[in-house]
Structures are given as structure tokens and as C-alpha cells.
Design a protein around this ligand. Structure first.
Ligand code: NAD
Length: 395
């Protein structure tokens, strides 16, 4: 319904964004709003921002939205937006609710003809993920998953260096994502972000595993292109009374014979958002730390270390496209978030205009990454419960 003869105008106008989630006090919704605005090509025009309709209206007011476009529920939003004229209705929706809502909301908007940007983990389980993949295929809409760490320029550079053979054959990957904010049972105090993340009915089968373990899994896959063949997982819930894991240790076998270690934790005292990855190949090695994201380290045995730095001409096209300011002025989380928005919405524009998106525009996480993440969660949970431990990755 959105496609049509609007080639000229779609290239020159802002895309109209709607949002579900991101009410007052929410974490990631505001990050999405800032990231979407960054390049001046997206405008927030509608939303069902909160599970509480009153708070949804509060956020709509804060965002200066037309009250007619602020809805009590996502169902109401789908129906009313669909009924608006083509020149008025949203082009896409961003889903920033807890995990249990991702599937029904994505399904409703896709089936109504809207493009979707969705938070991770994509769904509650593999069954929903497979169903969503089918819906994306059937509707032909753009679906982007917010694995934002793949939006960093130096991560794109790392991927390019692996692709171009600078590491030789990848033999070992160590990817870590430790935090400490769930060291105590803060969910019992009603802390909003902790409350749903530690509840299997809202978070799914993985706690720390689904929340940040999937980012680590996706980052390793994005950089190396490798698939996990089997894994051996040890998931622990250290905090008493917490039904989901808060610490994750996994050994990995990749499809080219490479070995991996993935560790994520939310009880590691002193760690803030220490996502980092090291990749070793037969000819060279790479190292990237999210808390110092403008620098990528490249090693060759017996040679001095080389440091690749954001913003320089020698970087690959994908890294340069993902950069807004000159070298030495740090870019980080918001910009990387915005890079996912840029590529996903440029792809939407191309689609609306009836054009083929370029390879650079198509560089964003998709429904396939989302399904892979859900397969990873279910395999790791099964492995952790089994006595046999080594478990083939679900396909
Ligand atoms: P949050 O608890 O801070 O906010 C959730 C918001 O969604 C609240 O405003 C709540 O009222 C609203 N909501 C819940 N159900 C709703 C519904 N049916 N309709 C409309 N609004 C509804 O949660 P958060 O920390 O912002 O996390 C939200 C999502 O983002 C989760 O899936 C999480 O995994 C993901 N996340 C991703 C990243 C990242 O780096 N990519 C970081 C944080 C969170």
C-alpha cells in the first residue's frame, strides 16, 4: 500500500516514524528518538508510548505531537494510522517495548503495510521468530533489528578486514559482554528495567543471555561471517530468587572449525558496558572494545601493533559511510544507533521509490539475525540444562 509513484518526493522528504514503547522513564525509546533525528531525515509523528495510556499521552505531549496521533494502544495505532492518507500516515514503526510485545506489534504493523525497526531479542522464542520471518517475506516490508553494535564504524572496518583475508583463516573468537547492574535483586524494588528483564513471561527463556548475550553472538557473527555449529553453555542465576540467568559462559564451535568463548554477565562488579571482541586468524588478529569504540587494533605475529582510527580515509566504505565527524572527535553509542536507522531507512526509501537498495544501504541487522539470536538462546538454555552439554545449534 505504501509503494507507488512517489519516487521524487520520497527522496526529498523526511520519513514519518511511529513508536511503540518509550514512555516516561523508559530507557531505549529515547535513544531511538535521538538516533532517528540525528541526520534530519526522520520525523516522529505518532506513537503508543506506554502500556499506561495516560503516560502515552504524557510522552506525546513532551514530544510535541498532534494529540490525534497519540494512541492508547498499538492496536488502535495500527488501525488509525492505516486509515490516514498516504501523505500523512507513518512510513515505519519503531518497537521499543519489553520482549514479550515485539512479535504481536511487529506482526500487526507489517501486515498493515508498514516497515518495522524492532528491538532485540526479536521475539520470545524460536516459534515466533520463524513466524515473523515468514510475515516479513510475505509482506515484503523492511524489517530491521536493533543490534546497534554492528553500527560502529570500526566494527564495519573489522568485518571488512576479515572479509579481505587480513586475518587469514579465523581460528579463535573471544567475545565478552560483562555488566554489573543486576548484582543485587533490584527487581524487587520495582526498578522498571530490571523488573521485566528478570521475568520469563516478559523477557523469554534468556535473562542476561537474551539481553546482552545475543548482542555478543551477533557481533561475532557480523565481524567474522561464521555460524555457530554447536555450543556448550553454563548459565547461572547467582541472585537468589531470580528465575533467569544473570551470568553466561559458553564455549562455541564454528562452522569453519574455529573455536569461540562467549561470556556475558550482569553481576560482574565494576563492569559497565564492557562489550569487547578479539578474533585470531592464521595471518593476523583484531581487537575492539565498545567502551573505546573509535579504535580497532590489528596484530600480526612479530610486528608492531597497528591501530585503525575512525574518520580516516584508509577505512572501508561502510566505515566511512558510518562516520559523521572528523577523526579525533569521538563518536559512539548514539551515532552507531543512528547508523542502523540510516541504512534501514535508506533501504525503506529505495523500496518506496521502487529502486534496488545498494549493498551499503542493506548493511543492517535483519529478521535472519533475529531468528539466529533466538536459536542461539534456545540452544544455550537446552545445553545448560543437559548433562551432555555440547549441543548442536538448532536450525
Ligand atoms: P523499559 O522498561 O525502560 O521501557 C519499556 C517501555 O515500553 C515502557 O515505557 C512501557 O510502558 C512500554 N510498553 C510496554 N508494553 C507496551 C505496550 N504493549 N504498548 C506500548 N508501550 C508498552 O525497557 P527498555 O530498557 O527501554 O527495553 C525495551 C526493549 O529494548 C527491550 O526489548 C530491550 O531488550 C531492548 N533494549 C535494547 C538495547 C540495545 O542496546 N539495543 C538497550 C536496552 C534495551
Amino acid at each position: 500500500m505504501i509503494e507507488g509513484s512517489k519516487t521524487e518526493s520520497i527522496m526529498n522528504r523526511k520519513l514519518r516514524m511511529g513508536m511503540v514503547g518509550g514512555g516516561p522513564g523508559a530507557f531505549i525509546g529515547e535513544v531511538h528518538r535521538k538516533a532517528a533525528r540525528m541526520d534530519g531525515m526522520i520525523e516522529l509523528v505518532a506513537g503508543a508510548f506506554d502500556i499506561d495510556p495516560q503516560k502515552s499521552r504524557e510522552m506525546g505531549h513532551q514530544q510535541n505531537l498532534n494529540p490525534d496521533r497519540v494512541y492508547d494502544t498499538f492496536q488502535d495505532m495500527v488501525e488509525k494510522e492505516k486509515a490516514l492518507s498516504e501523505n500523512e500516515r507513518i512510513d515505519f514503526v519503531s518497537i521499543t517495548t519489553p520482549n514479550n510485545w515485539h512479535f504481536p506489534i511487529a506482526k500487526a504493523f507489517l501486515e498493515a503495510g508498514f516497515h518495522v525497526i524492532c528491538e532485540k531479542p526479536m521475539t520470545m522464542d524460536v516459534k515466533e521468530a520463524r513466524a515473523l520471518k515468514e510475515i516479513v517475506k510475505k509482506t515484503g516490508r523492511v524489517f530491521s533489528l536493533q543490534h546497534n553494535y554492528t553500527g560502529y564504524p570500526m566494527v564495519k572496518q573489522a568485518r571488512d578486514m576479515v572479509k579481505n583475508g587480513m586475518l587469514g583463516k579465523v581460528q579463535k573468537i573471544v567475545v565478552e559482554y560483562p555488566q554489573d547492574w543486576l548484582l543485587t535483586r533490584i527487581e524487587a524494588t520495582g526498578q522498571m528495567q530490571a523488573a521485566w528483564r528478570t521475568d520469563p513471561k516478559q523477557a523469554g527463556a534468556g535473562g542476561c543471555l537474551g539481553d546482552i548475550g545475543t548482542h555478543a553472538e551477533n557481533l561475532a557473527h557480523y565481524i567474522t561471517g561464521l555460524e555457530i555449529e554447536e555450543l556448550c553453555a553454563d548459565l547461572t542465576s547467582f541472585v537468589e530468587g531470580r528465575p533467569l540467568d544473570d551470568d553466561v559462559n559458553i564455549l562455541l564451535h564454528y562452522n569453519n572449525g574455529a573455536r569461540g568463548v562467549l561470556h556475558s554477565s550482569q553481576i560482574s562488579t565494576g563492569q559497565e558496558n564492557n562489550l569487547n571482541i578479539r578474533v585470531w586468524g592464521t595471518e593476523g588478529a583484531l581487537q575492539w572494545f565498545q567502551e573505546n569504540p573509535n579504535y580497532l587494533y590489528y596484530f600480526q605475529q612479530g610486528k608492531p601493533v597497528q591501530i585503525y582510527r575512525r574518520g580516516n580515509d584508509y577505512l572501508c566504505d561502510a566505515a566511512k559511510r558510518a562516520t559523521r565527524i572528523p577523526p579525533g572527535h569521538p563518536e559512539a553509542f548514539l551515532e552507531a544507533f543512528s547508523n542502523i536507522y540510516k541504512n534501514a531507512t535508506d533501504t525503506m526509501r529505495a523500496k518506496i521509490a521502487g529502486k534496488e537498495p545498494s549493498e551499503l544501504e542493506l548493511d543492517f541487522p535483519t529478521v535472519d539475525d533475529g531468528l539466529e539470536g533466538m536459536l542461539f538462546i534456545e540452544t544455550a538454555v537446552a545445553s545448560s540444562k543437559s548433562d551432555k552439554k555440547w549441543t548442536k545449534m538448532l536450525k
